[in-house]
Write a protein that binds this ligand. Structure first.
Ligand code: ADP
Ligand code: MG
Length: 369
């Protein structure tokens, strides 16, 4: 088992808490993404895993072995960092071979491995070239080939493609996924780009302000964000987060926002709300839960269209809602010509997609079955 366990990692630089007790586990063969805003602590986690930074507390366990205090050269890691870490005046062959020489592989095996990795990444014609004569995309492939040539126990990528132009980025992402499929080892990939994370991750850990906010599949994070930070961070547009007053009557629970804007909550929330003592609550409405047509029986609200942004498969519409609130919806299968800036329309709300949050703790309430 190649399980990589990160246990309660804590790191301070002077007075600053850069990591506060971060724990998660990456399974054998899992493509695991660390996602979060810049300065959140993602690179610090990777540096601790490489051994180039020391944690103040916590442990790193690889396949049952505690590697927390192992020197970097004794850790068998395939790494690709944002600046690639190549030797600019060595050629492609020498750069790919570098990690293997350090591990004392026999000369012939090094040659075979380097040529195989170069072949895989289309670098064979460039094998004698020195790094400074390569384009950014080619350099990036050399860094990948170097990681691929090793039999590493796990792989780390720190924003490896953020320096590339969009066309090369798609290719590089495929190369990384290919490397991962070939090796089937735990892989940690850092990005601040949620589209990239949602596209390639088996699971994502959201890291912000040195704290682990949530771990889950892309689907889990989008439909059940654990707190207000995750709800407001993910999605383009992000979930609509509307603060209101929780009310209970014989019909059940509802959230009141303004004189002509109240939303009835479905019964699945009853159990969770019975233990909720506060009156203030935040309703989370995913953009896809705002519907261009309102049904007779369901929740609906009168909205004024402020902004229309047509995309290929959907239209993003921003609204003013009663009580000075705003919201954004993503409409599927809607005739764009039927939408008019400044006009008032009645939109439906799909209550099955609602989320609820405690504004004080910022944590999500649990939806019942
Ligand atoms: P991310 O990779 O998520 O952008 P980092 O892990 O690079 O975040 O940094 C987290 C925080 O730690 C940042 O505020 C950064 O300024 C700080 N930091 C990183 N390295 C050092 C260092 N060597 N000394 C002091 N502060 C540091
Ligand atoms: Mg970083």
């Amino acid at each position: 088992m190649g399980l990589l366990e990160i246990q309660q990692l804590t790191k301070n630089y002077g007075q600053r808490d850069v990591l506060s007790s971060v724990s998660f586990t990456v399974s054998d063969g899992e493509f695991f993404v660390l996602l979060g805003p810049s300065g959140g602590g993602k690179s610090t986690i990777l540096k601790i895993l490489c051994g180039i930074e020391k944690a103040d507390a916590g442990r790193v366990i690889l396949a049952g072995r505690d590697i927390t205090n192992l020197p970097p050269r004794e850790r068998n890691i395939g790494m690709v960092f944002q600046d690639y870490g190549l030797y600019p005046h060595m050629n492609v062959f020498e750069n790919i071979a570098y990690g293997l020489e350090a591990r004392n592989y026999p000369k012939e095996e090094i040659s075979t491995r380097v040529r195989e990795a170069a072949q895989r990444l289309g670098l064979t014609p460039l094998i004698e070239r020195i790094i400074v004569d390569l384009s950014g995309g080619e350099q990036q492939r050399v860094a990948l080939a170097r990681a691929l040539a090793k039999d590493a126990e796990f792989y780390l990528f720190d924003e490896p493609i953020s320096n590339l132009d969009p066309k090369l980025r798609a290719q590089a992402r495929r190369d990384i996924q290919m490397l991962h499929k070939t090796r089937q080892k735990p892989t940690l990939y850092v990005t601040h780009d949620q589209n990239e994370a949602l596209a390639i991750a088996d699971r994502i850990a959201i890291i912000a302000r040195g704290k682990l906010q949530q771990v889950g599949t892309p689907e889990e994070l989008l439909t059940n964000p654990a707190n207000l930070f995750v709800a407001g961070f993910l999605g383009a547009p992000a979930m609509n987060l509307l603060a209101g007053e929780l009310e209970k009557n014989s019909q059940g629970y509802s959230v009141h926002f303004a004189p002509d804007f109240s939303v009835k909550l479905p019964e699945v929330w009853n159990e969770s709300l019975q233990g909720y003592e506060k009156s203030k609550i935040v309703l989370g409405i995913p953009p896809a839960a705002i519907l261009p047509t309102a049904s007779e029986s369901g929740n609906r609200v009168c909205a004024t269209i402020d902004f229309i942004e047509p995309l290929i498969s959907e239209v993003i519409v921003s609204f003013s809602l009663p009580g000075g609130r705003t919201g954004s919806g993503t409409f599927q299968d809607v005739d764009e010509a039927s939408l008019e800036l400044g006009s008032a329309i009645e939109v439906g709300l799909d209550s099955d997609q609602f989320c609820l949050f405690d504004p004080e703790t910022e944590l999500a309430l649990l939806r019942g079955q």
